[in-house]
Design a protein around this ligand. Sequence first.
Ligand code: ADP
Ligand code: MG
Length: 691
Amino acid sequence: MRPESLFPLFAPISALKGVGPKIAPLVERAGGPVVRDLAFLAPSGLIERRHASVAQSADGAIVILDLMIDQHVPPVRRGQPWRIRAHDETGFIFINWFKGFGPHLERMHPPGARRIVSGKVERFGVEAQIAHPDHMVAPDRAADIGEREAVYPSVVGLAPRTLRKLVLEALERAPDLTEWQDGAWRARQAWPGWREALGALHDPRSEQDLSPDAPPRRRLAFDELLAHHLAMARRKASRRAEAARATPISQASQALTAALPFTLTGAQNRALSDIRADLQSGERMSRLVQGDVGSGKTVVAMLAMADIAEAGRQSALMAPTEILARQHFESLAQPLEKAGIICVLLTGRDKGVARREKLQLIAQGRAGVVVGTHALFQEDVIFDDLSLAVIDEQHRFGVAERRRLMNKGQAVHLMALSATPIPRTLELTLFGDLDVSRIDEKPPGRKPIATTATPLSRLDDVIAHLSKATSRGAQAFWICPLVSESELLDVQAAEARAAVLQARLSAPVGLVHGQMPPQQKDQVMAAFAAGEVSVLVATTVVEVGVNVPNATIMVIEHAERFGLAQLHQLRGRVGRGQGRSACLLLYAPPLSRQAKARLEILRETEDGFEIAERDLLLRGGGDLLGVKQSGLPAYRFADPVAQADLVQAACDDARLILARDPALSSPRGQALRVLTELFDWKADDAFAEGS
Ligand code: ADP
Ligand code: MG
């Protein structure tokens, strides 16, 4: 429930003076639908105005002039401005208005009047002009013109002055609120109070005040982070509070481990003990297992599923595509069945009697492990006792989809698998409501992938090499980027590339792209996996996680157009078998400095976590596009990269607060409730809540 003290901030923007139906949509685009959104709109820049004379005013300068009005010059033709000629003792200047209002202007600023005018000067030869001045007032109101003024991100059609006025009005409505930060911590940081910080946000005195290091900005950022981390921590706590039956380590999983043709890596063992601690705790697990492609997440999942099965309950492993589900099933079914656990594959392909039989195995609880695609959460799939959901490539499922699967059992444990390494610094921000295990170690014996960058001008040589390799039985991926606005053109480019390759190679070439029907795509992929296709040409995404051990060559065309994370993912398709693998990054010169650095990093390391960290460093806090796409929250103040120290502090603080005062009922707890309402972090739970 929203406390009354926040009502003024959550009033609609139409409550502000001058926001009628016409400009309301523009104001909403600038800030948001409520007054708070304007009060929270952080300035993007600073205007500094200098008092000057006409003669001193250089082209582009933002000045304050003291002028006498001479004359109004109405437009002669359409499209010409209404011009006001004015002067000071050093020269003449024109003040121009393109939007009519001439007679009104003439009444407001009659010839002979003295006006203080501020705006940006433009010079065309000897003539100086100011178009649409920010201010034009009588001398007694000169004090209205600030010498320094915050500038807000502009919105087409909304005058900056109007926006600024509304922001300041919104700020005025912001009440003073009871301090929610710990007093000692605040004192140590030398932070202003919340209301004071908000005021300072809108009154920058220097460029420094705009930086994320400025104390008022850090204070507001910390407020925002604390609100978010409190919300995540509470969600996590409520999930944990749901009792789940404790699951001991099983005989089956011990037998399975013993029968593996390899020993688990240290990182796999660590992830497994994390998971087992969760399963034994009697609380519900919500764990994300992060690890590069090929780091061996599946076997970890298998052992956890075996524990669940031996306890008489069921697990579901959901993969985003048919082919991935099939691959999982093929690697899991045999070992599991040897250990006495029945494993069932359920996909959209299953129809009729076969499907009914599988559904029965699942409903009767005889299937201990069910592997499948989206087919798993369809309504007629009923589990006898679903206890663990393993979601492979978790980001490829929507919240609702994950939830539908989790709702098929009581207090279902969640184990999400991700092959997208997230830099440590962002882990808390993206997955603060989950426990995270990292598999940051590759199984031994993997051969490094020889990675080289080659200009596109050497395409002929590359194809000649490829021809030799494929005639010796090698298989290759050839990735074409999405470049143009039209996907159709990109598909045509890929088709053309496939045709060129087919003409030059004696081996069969296949093509997959996003516009193909899924069935057909699966068919080509399956043919490639079976070795019937030698070169697979694909637009951007080769189905993540697909395992084709015989594929040893990865060619990425226009590698400079891909992000680092994406290049790393693509390269991970090879290097999975016995043979030596190569990754060829074809680029179109000249490379930008960033693109060059990206290719360099790829050549230096294969460690996804390291690549993710270096990627972040390379892009800095300013451009987090790639990360944003992976679900970075839309913070108003906080920058989780530039303010990484605050992220950690907010996370720690949130945990401490909830440990001491889980119901937030102490005086500080009450103030913190106001804080979470202020930022309005609703339970947009990315992970299923169960029923
Ligand atoms: P991920 O799902 O993390 O991409 P997988 O689970 O598919 O990786 O494992 C990739 C391959 O590595 C599989 O063939 C698997 O059998 C093998 N593997 C897993 N763990 C080990 C290990 N500790 N030692 C050797 N090979 C392993
Ligand atoms: Mg996998």
